[in-house]
Design a protein around this ligand. Structure first.
Ligand SMILES: [Zn+2]
Length: 112
């Protein structure tokens, strides 16, 4: 099975800009601020409990200013369908599927 929409071709981490960019096989590119990634983390701890796991992420998290400087130490593959982000403060619990990542920033090129 191959789906260009959820197949990453390039992942770039920009510490100075505090963001992560993913280029997908369909040529769409998505930019994720570190602040937004921390707030959109899909792990139980960040979501506030198992009952809230399916709640949608507030799209305004991507426009928030960074409250602190984060260190993204590693983007670690989790099977071939997801990644884990290893943060400088030790947070590593979330498993981010490509489908989830794409859904979070599917709109970035539609903005004027
Ligand atoms: Zn988390």
């Amino acid at each position: 099975m191959s789906n260009a929409r959820i197949t990453p071709t390039q992942i770039a981490v920009d510490h100075a800009a505090q963001d992560l960019q993913i280029v997908w096989a369909d040529a769409h590119s998505s930019v994720y601020s570190y602040e937004g990634l921390r707030r959109a983390c899909p792990c139980v701890e960040c979501r506030g409990g198992h009952g809230k796991m399916a709640d949608p992420v507030d799209p305004t998290v991507w426009d928030l200013p960074s409250l602190q400087t984060y260190e993204l130490k590693e983007v670690r593959p989790a099977g071939n369908y997801a990644v884990q982000f290893v943060w400088g403060d030790g947070h590593v619990h979330g498993v981010w599927s490509w489908t989830y990542l794409r859904s979070l920033r599917d709109d970035t090129e539609a903005k004027p």
